[in-house]
Structures are given as structure tokens and as C-alpha cells.
Design a protein around this ligand. Structure first.
Ligand code: XIL
Length: 926
């Protein structure tokens, strides 16, 4: 009989020559790892990756299709070649599941499984059995079975004893029970067992029964509990470990936990994976990565596997395997099994209904970079084992206009400077809250708090997790558009649009600083800029911008729509949508981009305020009203009630693009408007994005006025008559210095990342910001390793102190970023011992014909432990770059370069320039 044994060094070997093996030597065995073969220090090239199994002393396996599948390994020579080269452990992907082995009551079908086991043994591979008990892929008769608890116990016993008995001595291990827990435990059912026929009819003791029966049938085989989401769901791994501890205490046989690890390139973090493995390691049982695959198209943005994504996948394979090697000690390594041979074999496309390429070999069975990553992980050569350490970051704003002493009783416009666009405001008691748009930056929708309307504190964000907001694959100016924030009946509402991320939705919170709820999606409502209005009769209305009825009459022809919303049922009332403004104030004049509606009821009138003219130089705010909400909204004859479009171009310190306003009333009864505008240099350029301004509202014959026509928005004016204030440690306007020593427990609220909420690449520890680079540069639509804050001044300086990167294939540094196509990166990388290259890279072309162009570089010498300070300083159209090593002199690398590429006029879009720290893997072919 074929026999399997494990020799004391824990190197597993199988052979038909059991007796030889048991003596501890292995002359006849091929492909057994040999220390000299283990290429620990080698760099792998894609065409010559050594057999994976030769790199480590634990099983490296793969799940395979077998007979009767058409692509069965047993009849596919190309699959055999890959399998026999790289793997020494096999799992039947399907044919040892319950429905295959016992297709009819008490009729067992072992022919195909036996053939696979036989093949494995002939090729000196071990076999893992998958799975004795599972809730899916069990035969229909079993699912339909009716009987008493004892009947079910007998059924379970018969299956396990027969199957495990049949394969006794032939398998290295079994998944005894697969997927017995649900993802979330609840207060009422903290263990949250999955309700399978076994659980429902036998109770939780079916688990223990299964393990005991398996042990009885095969005294040698390793017994595993196997499940998914154990590396990214703390509650689930904790429940599994609880079961394990209980088994251990009561001597229920169990040898290890199988982690399926069906993951993707975004989540979970390596930290999470390691924590999950360690929980099992602590219990002294084996850890098996039983079903590894790493999906890349989770955001469904790719129709083919790009080079960038391949590289990312390689990195991820290396890191995951590295995490396993790092946390699981040799004697507890049950092995790693890939869930499929080639991408064309993978279950992911069918299961997730999308294209994907999660495995190590492509559909032609050729090596993928992922295979290199796997080899790197197995040999401890993960390309970026090091992180980059940033010690501090400082931003200083020095605008001339802000530097004049502030006269007593006045306030500064903008009240919130930098990229805080499309503001919406609400009041609860004495507290005012503003929500602004955030496009593809995370967290989404900054929330600012004030008690006097002029000093604002950034207190949090409305959208703080991936469930609320998925912006993966979005361009910087896609993502979250203009929000409306309202306080109603004890609850705050924030309604907005995730363009390309699910459309319109709202979230609610008791405290606007967070947590906000999960989204209530509004699939009936198209377009952008939703407003939510609570009428005093209890009805709720959602107004928004969308296409007009029928074909648009001209470019920019839009309409404002309004729907009734059933708040109790959380449903848009069917067919209630109607156009309340077609085109704008006067359709005959072909007004463009009517948008940003807000509805108010004031003194018995329904007012509708909208932006008109587009968010650039023709921007304005207009108002309409109706006595009855179902009546037509009549435009005000004095429109626009706010604009700067008719002022002279050559005015000094111009404030431009004003519009997109929202009103708030103080408890004293005064009305104020918050709106967006920009501070331009050279007449029409601004890098600071659209900022939030405040002006008093006056009423004229029942119509609100924000600013007299032809008047320039004042930079300073008398404060609102409010005798209240808030402690604000981090100002959002005026000149200030903002410094992060990175000594907080969590990321300061001013920091942002792009697109995804994945945060595994940064960590605050011991007063440092540790960044793990990724092979993603700033032109990518994935999530680059980039932490940024807003450029809030025309004249600013930003500096950071970092430890010199200690690896030649990574870079790190400081970035001024407007979008994927327009940015500067001042980076440093190691080129030799004590030698570093400092480079300035510029991307400035919408068509990406000139991406990542190095425009300046110098070689510098520094001791490895010296700190490097990098500096970017901007002054309107100019941008300069400098550096300093330890206490040395500050040296200018490049002065007065073109800063206009960071302006909205050149770069386009709706955001402002962000300044921050970045790191990336420089060369991917090493
Ligand atoms: C999958 C197989 O890969 C598919 O071919 C089949 O159609 C469904 O099952 N967790 C498990 C595996 O434990 O058995 C599953 O395999 C994937 C998820």
C-alpha cells in the first residue's frame, strides 16, 4: 500500500518506499528539497523560476480538476507539466466533496478520487482531502433528507467513516469540516454557526463528532478545520480559535486550521493576515493556507491583466507568503496550496461573475509574475521587506492677503481655504456643520464644525469605509460630488453622489463627526448634486441636477428635478419626479449647468437656490420661489444673487468662480450664505482648488441677496453677531503652520488617501510614519502609496524629514499632486552604500505622453542613518524644490519651475492641489 510519512525534521516526503523513508533517508526521492538547491539569495527571473517545492521544507500544493472534468489533470499534459514541476501536494478541487463521493444514499463512488490519489503518489506528491463535511456540493438526496437527530448522526457517521476509512493511510490531511461559521457573530448568537443540515439537525456538536469520527477512521491523517475570511474578519477567526481551544481542552482531535485565503490585491492587510495566523500558532496547531488565490479585478476595471496589476499581484503573493513564513514556525507549517493551476482553471471568474486572473500561471500555462512573487515569498526575498520612515511633516501657509493684521470684529474669506468645495451648511442649536465634496479622496465628505460661522474645525468625514464608498478605479475628479447636509428631527443627513461609485445616496448620523450610517441608495435618482428638504408637513423632497426631458437643446442644457421621498419606508415615491427648473433662469438665453439645488421654506415661501453657469469663471447663484411646493418655481428678477463673472479681469487679488451657495440662519435670525469661490493669480489660475466663502444675506422684497451685482467679494468683513466659539487647534484659514510629528495614535484628520480605504501600507508607530511602498506610481488609477493634505495657500512651504530608504528598488519623498496627469514628485532612492539619488519627476500631460519625466537629478552622499529633509515651496505660478541632509545646508534642487501645471486651468477637474508623502517600488524586474 502507498504510505506517507513525515520525517522528524518535519520535511515531508512521500514515497512508495515507505520502509526506506521511515529509516530517515531518501535516496530514491526526486524533487526533495536540498539545502544547496535552495536559492535563498537568488533573484528570480520569470523564465527560470525554480520549482516552488524545491524552495521550502513544507508542502506546496495546488487544487486540481480531475476526472470526470473535461480539463482533468489526468488527461491534460500541460497541466501535468506545471503541477509536476512546482508542486508536491494535491487537493481535489471538487471530486472529494460529498456529492461526488456519495452521490446516492450509501452508494460511494471512489473511482475518480482513487485515480487522482494514485497519480499523486506515483509522482511523489502528498494528497490533501477536501472536504469531509460541507454545506455546499453535498448531494441533493442528503440536503432533502428528513429524519431524527440520530438519523442525521448516523448519516454523518456513515459518510465520514466510509470516506476517511477508504482513504486511510493515503492522505496527508483532511478538511474535516469546511465553513461552519458565518462571517458575523451577533449578540444573540455570538458563535453564529452556519445553519446547515448538520447544524440544524444535530446541533453544534456535529463538529466535534466529525473530528472524532475522522480520527477513528484514520489515526495518522492531519485533521483540519477549514474556512474563508479568517484573515480579514477578526470576529470569525476568534470564533474558530474558540472552537479550537474548546476542542483542545476536551481532547477532541484537531491538528490545524486551514485558511482559505481567497483574497485580492487590496485587502486584507498583511498585518491582519499575520494577526490571524498568530492566533492559531499560539494554540500550537498547524496553519495551512489551503486555497490561496489573489484576485486583481475586484473593482471590475480591467478587461485584461495589465503589467501594473501583474506586478502588484506578484508583490502581494510575495507578501502573503512572507507573512506565513514570518509568523508560522517551521513545525507548524501545514503548507500552502494554490486554488487552481492556471487563470483559466480559476473558480473566481465564474463565482464572482467577472474577468479575473488570480493564479500563478496564465491560460497558456506560462509563468506569471505572480509565480515569481510566490518564489520570492518562499525564499524571504519579498521585494520590499523594508518600510520607509517619515519622522515629521510640516506645512506652512504664507499668503500675503492673510498676513495683514485682522481688524477687530472682522473675519477672513475664505473661511475654509484650499480644496473644500461645494459647501453645504446646517445648524443644530448653536452648532454649525459644513459638508464639502471630496472626489476620489478618502475619507469622503469632510465635515467641519463651527459655533461662529467663521472659524471652522475639521472634525471628521461622513464616508469612512469601503462599504459606504468604493472609489476604486476612479479618476481624481470622479468620485464624491457635491453634498447637502441637513439636521432634521435629531438626525443629521448627508446626501451626495458617488459618480462611478453607485450614484446618489444618503447617510445619517447623530454626531456629524461620525460614525455615519451605511448608505441608503437612491437608484431612481440620476444625475448629481442631490438636496434633501424636510417640509413642515412631514413630507421629504429630493431635488437634484439631471438631464432635461428629451434631447438637450444645447451643450450644458440641464434641469433641476424634484422627487418625493418616503422617509419611513426609505423609498423614493414612484413616478413623483418632475422637472422644477428647465435649463436655468431663462431657457431662451441658453443658460448652462443649472445645478446644486437647495430648497428652503422661509416665511411661507418655498425657495430654490441653484448654481448656474458651471463651476468655472461663469459661475453664479440664482434663486426661484413658489408659494406651494407643487407650483412652478418662479425665478427672481434680480438674479444672479451672487457672481464675480462680470468684474474686470485685471482686478488685484481676484476672487473668482463664486457660486454653489447654501443658506443658514443664526439663532438670532440672521441669514448667511456659504458658497464656493477661488482665489486666482495671473487672473484665472488657481492651484488651491475651490474654497469655502461666507457672506451675509440680505432680504429684498422677500428675495435673498448674497452680493450686489458688480461688487467684488470682500476678503474681510464684519463677523456674524454670534457670541459663541469653539476651541480650534488646527485652523483652516489665515496663515498658519501645521506640523505632524507622527506621534499620534491615529492618522490626523487632515490626511487623505486616494480611492480605496486600504490602509495596510501606513502605520504610525513610535513617533514615525512607516510607509510600505507599492509598485504603483501616481499616474495609476489604483491606490498609490500617497498620504496628502490640502494646499491651502497660494504661497506655502512644505517639508518632511525622512530616513534615507535602505533598499535600491524603492523611492520615497514629497509630492505636489493635482491629478494623475499633473504632479511633481521629489524623491530619493538608494544607489549604493552611502549613495543616494535625489530626483525630481514631473508628469504634465493629459495624454500621458510625458509621464514621470525626470527633470532634475543629483547624486548625494549621506550616512545611512542621516535624516533627509525635502522641501517644496510654491508661490502662485512658481514651484521650487530643495533638500537638506541632517544639519547640513539647505540646497536648492530646482527653483521657480512651472507651478501652473498644478492649476485647475491647466490640469482640469474639480479638485485642488494636494501635498504629501509618497513611496513606490522603483524597479519591478529585480
Ligand atoms: C469551489 C471550486 O473551486 C469550484 O470549482 C466549485 O464549483 C465550487 O467550489 N471554498 C472551498 C472550495 O472550500 O471547495 C471552493 O471550491 C471555493 C471556496
Amino acid at each position: 500500500m502507498l504510505k506517507l510519512a513525515q520525517i522528524p525534521s518535519n520535511r515531508f516526503i512521500i514515497s512508495t518506499l515507505a520502509s526506506v523513508l521511515l529509516m530517515g533517508c531518501s535516496p530514491a526521492i526526486t524533487n526533495v528539497p536540498n539545502e544547496s538547491q535552495v536559492l535563498k539569495s537568488n533573484v528570480f527571473s520569470i523564465d527560470s523560476v525554480p520549482p516552488l517545492k524545491s524552495l521550502v521544507d513544507f508542502p506546496v500544493g495546488v487544487a486540481v480538476p480531475a476526472d470526470p472534468y473535461a480539463h482533468s489533470l489526468l488527461i491534460s499534459s500541460e497541466r501535468q507539466e506545471v503541477v509536476e514541476t512546482h508542486f508536491n501536494s494535491l487537493t481535489a478541487e471538487n471530486i472529494m466533496k460529498m456529492m461526488f463521493l456519495q452521490p446516492e444514499p450509501n452508494k460511494f463512488a471512489f473511482t475518480h478520487a482513487d485515480a487522482l490519489v494514485e497519480y499523486a503518489h506515483q509522482k511523489n506528491m502528498i494528497m490533501h482531502g477536501h472536504a469531509l463535511v460541507w454545506h455546499t456540493q453535498s448531494p441533493k438526496w442528503m440536503n432533502d433528507y428528513q429524519g431524527s437527530k440520530d438519523d442525521f448522526k448516523a448519516l454523518l457517521k456513515n459518510h465520514i467513516s466510509t470516506v476517511a476509512g477508504h482513504f486511510a493511510g493515503k492522505l496527508a490531511s483532511w478538511d474535516v469540516v469546511n465553513e461552519a461559521f458565518l462571517d458575523d457573530g451577533t449578540a444573540s448568537n455570538p458563535t453564529k454557526y452556519r445553519e446547515t443540515i448538520w447544524y440544524n439537525n444535530i446541533g453544534p456538536e456535529y463538529l466535534e463528532m466529525a473530528f472524532r469520527l475522522a480520527r477513528e477512521a484514520d489515526s495518522e491523517v492531519d485533521l483540519y478545520y477549514n474556512d474563508y475570511n479568517l484573515v480579514n474578519n477578526d470576529s470569525k477567526i476568534d470564533r474558530v480559535v474558540k472552537m479550537l481551544e474548546d476542542f483542545q481542552q476536551r481532547n477532541v482531535p484537531i491538528d490545524g486550521i486551514g485558511f482559505q485565503v481567497h483574497i485580492d490585491t487590496d485587502t486584507p492587510s498583511i498585518k491582519n493576515i499575520k494577526e490571524a495566523f498568530s492566533k492559531v500558532v499560539k494554540r500550537g496547531v498547524k496553519v495551512r493556507v489551503s486555497e490561496l488565490d489573489i484576485a486583481v479585478n475586484q473593482s471590475e476595471q480591467y478587461s485584461e491583466l495589465t503589467e501594473e496589476v501583474s506586478t502588484l499581484q506578484r508583490q502581494r503573493y510575495a507578501e502573503v507568503v512572507d507573512a506565513y513564513m514570518d509568523v508560522v514556525p517551521e513545525h507548524l507549517r501545514g503548507g500552502i496550496t494554490l486554488w487552481g493551476i492556471s487563470d483559466s482553471d480559476s473558480w473566481i471568474p465564474g463565482f464572482r461573475k467577472r474577468a479575473d486572473w488570480p493564479l500563478l500561471f496564465n491560460e497558456k500555462f506560462q509563468n506569471k509574475p505572480a509565480l515569481v512573487g510566490m518564489a520570492e515569498g518562499l525564499t524571504g526575498q519579498t521585494p520590499n521587506p523594508k518600510t520607509v520612515e517619515f519622522d515629521w511633516f510640516e506645512y506652512q501657509g504664507m499668503d500675503e492677503i492673510f498676513s495683514e493684521p485682522m481688524p477687530e470684529g472682522q473675519y477672513q474669506n475664505p473661511v475654509i481655504s484650499g480644496f473644500f468645495p461645494d459647501p453645504s451648511i446646517t445648524r443644530k442649536g448653536d452648532d454649525y456643520y459644513i459638508a464639502v465634496s471630496s472626489f476620489a479622496y478618502n475619507p469622503g465628505v469632510p465635515i467641519l464644525h463651527s459655533r461662529d460661522l467663521v472659524n471652522w474645525k475639521l472634525v471628521g468625514h461622513a464616508l469612512t469605509n469601503q462599504k459606504q464608498l468604493d472609489l476604486r478605479g476612479n479618476q481624481v475628479s470622479q468620485g464624491v460630488y457635491a453634498p447637502t447636509i441637513r439636521y432634521h428631527d435629531g438626525l443629521f443627513y448627508m446626501i451626495t453622489t458617488a459618480v462611478y461609485g453607485g450614484g446618489n445616496f444618503f447617510v445619517t448620523a447623530e454626531d456629524p463627526a461620525g460614525e455615519w450610517s451605511e448608505p441608503y441608495w437612491l437608484p431612481e435618482i440620476g444625475g448629481i448634486d442631490p438636496d434633501i428638504f424636510f417640509d413642515d408637513d412631514g413630507k421629504v423632497y429630493i431635488a437634484h441636477n439631471d438631464a432635461p426631458v428629451g434631447e438637450p437643446l444645447y451643450e450644458g442644457h440641464r434641469a433641476i428635478w424634484m422627487w418625493e421621498y418616503d422617509l419611513a419606508a426609505k423609498k423614493v415615491i414612484k413616478d413623483s419626479g418632475r422637472v422644477i427648473v428647465n435649463g436655468g433662469v431663462d431657457l431662451a438665453k441658453q443658460p448652462i449647468w443649472i445645478e446644486a439645488p437647495h430648497i428652503y421654506k422661509i416665511d411661507g415661501w418655498y425657495y430654490l437656490m441653484c448654481a448656474e453657469g458651471g463651476t468655472a469663471d461663469q459661475h453664479s447663484e440664482v434663486v426661484f420661489r413658489a408659494k406651494n411646493i407643487n407650483d412652478p418655481f418662479i425665478p427672481y428678477s434680480g438674479n444672479p444673487i451672487l457672481t464675480q463673472r462680470d468684474l474686470a479681469d485685471d482686478r488685484i487679488n481676484p476672487i473668482t468662480t463664486a457660486g454653489h451657495a447654501d443658506l443658514v440662519q443664526t439663532p438670532q435670525g440672521d441669514w448667511w450664505a456659504i458658497f464656493l469661490a477661488t482665489r486666482a493669480y495671473d487672473q484665472r489660475f488657481y492651484n488651491t482648488g475651490r474654497e469655502s466663502f461666507l457672506l451675509p444675506v440680505t432680504w429684498n422684497n422677500g428675495w435673498p441677496h448674497i452680493l450686489e451685482q458688480g461688487k467684488a467679494i470682500p476678503h474681510r468683513l464684519p463677523k456674524p453677531a454670534i457670541n459663541n466659539s469653539l476651541d480650534i487647534d488646527e485652523k483652516q484659514t489665515g496663515n498658519f503652520i501645521w506640523r505632524d510629528e507622527f506621534d499620534g495614535q491615529k492618522l490626523n484628520v487632515n490626511w487623505n488617501t486616494l480611492r480605496s480605504f486600504y490602509s495596510g501600507w501606513y502605520e504610525l508607530a513610535d513617533g514615525k510614519m512607516n510607509i510600505t511602498p507599492a509598485p504603483i506610481d501616481l499616474t495609476s488609477l489604483k491606490q498609490p502609496v500617497f498620504l496628502s493634505r490640502r494646499q491651502q495657500h497660494m504661497t506655502y512651504q512644505v517639508t518632511t524629514g525622512l530616513a534615507l530608504p535602505q533598499s535600491t528598488d524603492i523611492s520615497a519623498g514629497l509630492v505636489a499632486f493635482q491629478n494623475e496627469f499633473y504632479h511633481y514628485y521629489l524623491g530619493v532612492k538608494k544607489i549604493g552604500d552611502g549613495k543616494f539619488q535625489l530626483f525630481l519627476e514631473r508628469t504634465k500631460d493629459k495624454n500621458a505622453s510625458e509621464p514621470r519625466k525626470i527633470i532634475k537629478q543629483v547624486e548625494i552622499s549621506a550616512k545611512n542613518d542621516q535624516q533627509l529633509v525635502l522641501e517644496i515651496s510654491g508661490d502662485k505660478a512658481d514651484i521650487s524644490f530643495a533638500y537638506q541632509i541632517a544639519d547640513g545646508e539647505k540646497i536648492t534642487l530646482a527653483a521657480n519651475l512651472d507651478g501652473k501645471i498644478l492649476s485647475t486651468a491647466i490640469a482640469q477637474g474639480f479638485v485642488g492641489t494636494m501635498l504629501g508623502i509618497h513611496s513606490r517600488i522603483e524597479s519591478t524586474d529585480k
